[in-house]
Design a protein around this ligand. Structure first.
Ligand SMILES: [Zn+2]
Length: 125
C-alpha cells in the first residue's frame, strides 16, 4: 500500500492531532509502522490498516441529528458528523491533514460522494 511519509494522527503525549513522520517498520508485524510526532518527538507504533478499518466502520454510522453544517471557518474534530449543504450529503470526519499550502483540511467520508477533503479554520489565517 503506497503511503506518504507523513500523516496526521492523535498524539497521546501532545494530547492533540499532530503531524507524524514515518520512521520505520516492525519486523514480523508488517501491518504496524513506527511514526514519530514532529512536535514532541515521541514515537508511536501505529497499525494503519486497523485504523483504516475502524475509520470505515465509524464512517458508516452517522447520526444525522448530530451533524453540524459544514462551514470552512469552523474547526472540527475527528469523528464529527457534518452536513454539506451545497452537496446535500452527510459525512464523518475520518482524519485531518495539512495542505501543501499549509492550510488545515479535514478528510470527510461522505455517504454518497465518498472521501473528500475540505478546508477548515480559514478564518484563523
Ligand atoms: Zn506529540
Amino acid at each position: 500500500m503506497a503511503r506518504g511519509k507523513h500523516l496526521s494522527h492523535f498524539c497521546a503525549h501532545c494530547d492533540k492531532v499532530t503531524k507524524m513522520e514515518k520512521i520505520g517498520s516492525v519486523e514480523n508485524q508488517p501491518e504496524k509502522t513506527w511514526y514519530r510526532c514532529t512536535r514532541c518527538r515521541h514515537a508511536s507504533l501505529l497499525d494503519l490498516d486497523a485504523m483504516k478499518r475502524s475509520q470505515e466502520e465509524a464512517a458508516k454510522k452517522i447520526d444525522k441529528s448530530s451533524a453540524a453544517i459544514y462551514n470552512p471557518e469552523n474547526t472540527y474534530q475527528i469523528g464529527d458528523a457534518i452536513f454539506h449543504t451545497e452537496w446535500d450529503d452527510i459525512g464523518k470526519i475520518v482524519s485531518k491533514e495539512l495542505t501543501s499550502g499549509g492550510d488545515k483540511a479535514i478528510v470527510v467520508s461522505f455517504e454518497k460522494l465518498g472521501e473528500k477533503r475540505l478546508l477548515e479554520g480559514i478564518a484563523e489565517n
